[in-house]
Design a protein around this ligand. Structure first.
Ligand code: PEP
Length: 241
């Protein structure tokens, strides 16, 4: 089985000392033939850059100008940042990010040759009332609006059921497999893209990674909480072969 992509979304979890410890752990982790990406908060990008491919956690909808506290895609490019998370459910909820804004962010990143890691996923009540597929379709339609097949092909999509994020709950392996295949088929038929990279995210840990690794349709993982715990993250990397 091919090695799956391991992406850590470290959210706002660590301070400088923790980051330095984490970097040391990564330096002592064999990453030959593995695909590992770490997405820390902006100030810590430079600590990881050069040790492992890095990603930002957000990007501005603007390129340049008087936007206090924002970071633009051209600025990320100037720092050689190859990846950026967009549309994370926490930003959709707390920062009221809309699909329209996420679509702009995706385009701004692609303009700079930065790979967007686009997060989508349903809330608990949406899964319970069986509207998971509708939610996924609506998000993809909005977030990928007006993109060419060549552009869509470059995007990494992370399926993250919101109710599984940070809760310790996960869908069954069958439910994850179903969602992966649904997204792959939808992107194929709607955007004419033969092969898309789809990650699973939501309470992935050193405890459940071995069984998740058995699901062939999962191309990789977006990992929150466990990506700020050096030993858990190392275990997840080591489990890929
Ligand atoms: C995330 O926030 O992208 C995530 C998957 O978090 P956790 O692994 O903590 O559920």
């Amino acid at each position: 089985m091919m090695s799956k992509i391991v992406i850590g979304n470290q959210k706002m979890y660590m301070n400088k000392e923790d980051v330095l410890t984490f970097v040391e752990t990564l330096k002592n982790t064999n990453m030959d033939n593995k695909q590992v990406i770490v997405c820390p908060t902006f100030p810590f990008l430079e600590y990881y850059n050069g040790v492992v491919p890095v990603g930002a956690q957000n990007v501005s909808i603007n390129d340049n100008g008087a936007y206090t506290g924002e970071v633009s895609a051209p600025q990320l490019k100037s720092l050689n940042i190859p990846y950026c998370i967009v549309g994370h459910s926490e930003r959709r909820e707390y920062n009221k990010e809309t699909d329209e804004e996420i679509n702009i962010k995706v385009k701004k990143l692609l303009d700079q040759d930065i790979t967007p890691i686009l997060c989508i996923g349903e809330k608990l009540e949406e899964r319970q009332n069986k509207s998971t597929e509708t939610v996924i379709k609506n998000e993809l339609n909005g977030d990928l609006k007006d993109l060419s097949p060549e552009a869509v092909k470059k995007i990494i999509i992370a399926y993250e059921p919101i109710w599984a994020i940070g809760t310790g709950l996960t869908p069954t392996l069958e439910e994850i497999d179903e969602a992966m295949n649904f997204i792959k088929d939808y992107v194929k038929t709607t955007y004419n893209v033969e092969k898309t990279t789809i990650l699973y995210g939501g309470s992935v840990s050193d405890k459940n990674i071995d069984e998740l690794n058995t699901v062939e349709s999962i191309d990789g993982y977006l990992i929150g909480g466990a990506s700020s715990k050096p030993n858990a993250f190392k275990y997840i990397i080591d489990s890929q072969n």
